[in-house]
Design a protein around this ligand. Sequence first.
Ligand code: NAD
Ligand code: GLY
Length: 369
Amino acid sequence: MPFHKLTVSLESRSYPIHIGAGLTASKSAAQIVPRLRGQHGVVVTNTTIAPLYLDRVQKWLRAAGYESTAIILPDGEKYKSHETLLSLYQNMFRAGLQRNSFVCALGGGVIGDLSGYAAATYMRGVDLLHIPTTILAQVDSAIGGKNGVNLEAGKNFIGTTYQPRVVISDVDFIETLSEREILGGLGEVIKYGLLAGDDFISFLEMNKSEILARDPRCLATMIHFCSRIKADYVVRDEYDRLGVRAALNLGHTVGHALEKLFDYQKFTHGEAVAIGLVASLVLAHDMNLLTEVALERSLQLLRAFGLPMQIPEAADVDEMIALMRRDKKAENGLSMVLLKALGDPHLENDIDPVRLNRVLTKCKKSQLL
Ligand code: NAD
Ligand code: GLY
């Protein structure tokens, strides 16, 4: 079984990402668990993942010489809150965590974001290990150090950038994911294809059936591609201040607006991103930035994976645009990441709202898709 390793090169904050099947089986522990400051820590997970993988991961840590106490949180985005964070700190304290202890996040993006924030702030920062268990977390949220909790005012309003010591993406975990979570993750994967261009798009086109059948070899290669792309953006703009990392927001401005418009009930994050990708592709084409051929190839990729592409008829486009103006990342009015070509993203500021309204309305029409 192929095994991939890459490094996120951030000077003293550099760390490896390991990708493959069977990585959290005990025999690999000594090779891939880094040398941590102390011998004890906590594994933070949730009520869905604990019965599946907690025992395996605690044994694996023990095989590398580390003891851990489990902290099991309730499952769901609504628990990415200050209330859960406070109870997490209290449980970390009860487990006897010291400055030299570690936090191991075992779960999807919700567990990763909460645990990352707790690790960054508990006693001013303890070692953090990410063991992401969803496609979305393996290709995106576990890499790059962003963490946080939601506020009533919006998602991820409170957070820090705090890099882990290691990311271990074991593709065995993908086996138990629901079809819907797989599809959501693939929305982000296709985003990387559009950002990176022909090589990765061709890989996705050629391996669609194997990916959908969860072939471990193909999943590992796909996650490796995505991790390399994400790591490259993170290395060039760790704190998201230079406008480079902002490209990762492709599809997200419309996606976030859709999630919020339907009160986070209708779409998973990745599904909303897939629809957001369609909107940004159609807009780029409408602005004569993107060719017809590139537009059609991208839409065909989203279709082939069976991702949602249509803005629901019930969506109020004016309200969506108002939400896009308030997006946490929209600093200069209406801005979106658009493609000038496959693999060539750029941040477009001052998007004409009349044009955007026309494009979003067009994205409600199924014949386009
Ligand atoms: P999630 O963490 O809610 O996981 C989705 C569901 O799958 C949950 O019910 C979870 O319990 C379950 N699950 C996880 N792994 C499983 C497995 N192996 N088998 C069976 N079930 C499993 O959702 P997500 O899509 O992983 O992450 C979304 C979150 O990530 C959002 O809060 C988003 O804001 C955040 N995010 C953060 C970043 C970042 O850079 N920090 C980037 C993207 C998204
Ligand atoms: N998920 C966007 C970023 O990490 O910058």
